[in-house]
Design a protein around this ligand. Sequence first.
Ligand code: ASP
Ligand code: MG
Length: 411
Amino acid sequence: MARLVMKFGGTSVANIERIRNVARHVKREVDAGHHVAVVVSAMSGKTNELVGWCKEASPLYDNREYDTVVASGEQVTSGLLALALQEIGVPARSWQGWQIPIRTSDAHGSARITGIDGSNLMDGFAKGEVAVISGFQGVHEETGRIATLGRGGSDTSAVAVAAGIDAERCDIYTDVDGVYTTDPRIVPKAQRLEKVAFEEMLEMASLGAKVLQVRSVELAMVHKVRTYVRSSFDDPADPRPGTLICDEDEIVEQQIITGIAYSKDEAQITLRRVADKPGVAAAIFMPLADANINVDMIIQVVSDDSTTTDITFTVPTADFERAKVLLEEARDKIGFGALQGATDVVKVSAIGIGMRSHAGVAAKAFKALSEKGINIRAITTSEIKFSVLIDAVYTELAVRTLHSLYGLDKA
Ligand code: ASP
Ligand code: MG
């Protein structure tokens, strides 16, 4: 019998009526002959409430006790879903991370899964029992303490369980019906993708498409877990198709560009009149690296006098102020004329595996954007994506322009 993992997020288990609906989705797969492991999040809003209580009790809280508290949200929903399943005649039991066990590192609050023992779950399947697993949590075995995986971590739990029991698929039920070519709120002509390659999804998730936690996509890619994003609000008797995230070999008709993403989480820094000599780039970027600030796009322009240069780069908006302070501190060492910054910028990216085998894909975009009067402040490219940094006011126009340029508009 094929094994299946089904994951339901916070909005899908927000109250008892919705948990009953989840139970009906699970029953459908059990009736179809699957051995099912369900992974659940806490009821929506619950984790925030628990985090708030920790901070109220102790502003500089002990992360181990924080984990004890926040892991409880998932314990509640796993028990409730097991009850709802039993109520409709489906044998089920709940599993906490430490009971399976799901082993983790000791980085409390953002632990990594180090291994999963699937044998207990398999024993349950042999008895015809659905396993209802608390997402987001595991155990650090050396200390025996509960650890959580970081916010949004139950996606990662689900993919890890799927890898651990060698499941045929990991179905992620959420409040959207799949992954779209771009944000449908900006481009009404955005389409649901039938399939996306792991690499593409990883880029899309890191570049702003918020369907899945980035770490869960990394894990799915490493273990080749076919992951299916679909809506939990469909009629359990007649669900609509979603989006399959899979190996590129499974995708027959590959478009050149699969999706357009954007991120407002970028800030631009320009250093004017930097001495044009060896060691300057290191003097600028080493202090940022040491402070764990991720520099993304970098461009260097030789200025008129050819003894100085201008360097522009981007950092996450959250690190903008810190980066400016660090650069001012290193001003004498670097030797620059002026520091300018901008936070009203956006990074728009086009992603597609087809870029590997087609030339001129990005050039076409630069032309289309210039025809709309959009000035490009910086560019980066990699094998399967390119990004442009532009003024934030042009976000919608740029995303729409690229979406139709690459033939992604719904007919
Ligand atoms: N309940 C946890 C959170 O809100 C984990 C999850 O929902 O994925 O972050
Ligand atoms: Mg989530």
